[in-house]
Ligand binder design. Structure first.
Ligand code: ADP
Length: 159
């Protein structure tokens, strides 16, 4: 039988409890979920690709059917190369919708055989974003409710 494979792409700079909640949910729906970490050309990265990869692998190591990879090609090409049928994206609020809608439309145009699927996190994670985590941290705030412990440790070291 064909394996159901989803790609969850993003900058994950850093991975947060919101991302992890979504990955946990998706891991129950798919045979395999590939967390695809990209260097977003519009954003300058806070953590290096290597740090983002290792911290995501460390915090997701307990889930069997998760793979963490980086990629720098077109998302639909990466999905095809990994035999993934689905691109998974998270929706937190209406503000996410417009960009995500546009992105899914473009990706559908680029490869109509790959579906974009949206999932929402549990309520308590809906306000977490990597950019706010970075900002709070840079101002000396406590981010322990937003990221797993190893991420917090790495972020503090990074500062
Ligand atoms: P990108 O730079 O591609 O937006 P992010 O790492 O910021 O990547 O996010 C990756 C995906 O995870 C996006 O679909 C984003 O909407 C979603 N996401 C981010 N934070 C959360 C959260 N707290 N809960 C659920 N989904 C989230």
């Amino acid at each position: 039988m064909t394996q159901r494979i989803a790609i969850y792409p993003g900058s994950f700079d850093p991975i947060t409890n919101g991302h992890i909640d979504l990955i946990n949910r998706a891991s129950k729906l798919f045979d395999k979920v590939i967390v695809g970490i990209t260097q977003n050309s519009k954003k300058s990265a806070f953590l290096s690709i290597d740090d983002r990869l290792s911290i995501a692998s460390e915090t997701l190591g307990h889930i069997d059917n998760i793979e963490v990879m980086s990629f720098n090609t077109l998302l639909v090409d990466f999905a095809k190369a990994q035999n993934a049928q689905v691109i998974l994206r998270g929706l937190r609020a209406v503000s996410d919708f417009e960009y995500e809608f546009q992105l899914s439309g473009m990706n559908k145009h680029l490869n109509p055989s790959i579906e974009t699927l949206f999932m929402t996190p549990a309520e308590q994670y809906a306000n977490i974003s990597s950019s706010l985590v970075r900002e709070i941290l840079s101002l000396g705030g406590d981010v322990s409710h937003f990221v797993p412990k190893p991420v917090e440790t790495l972020l503090k070291k990074h500062l």
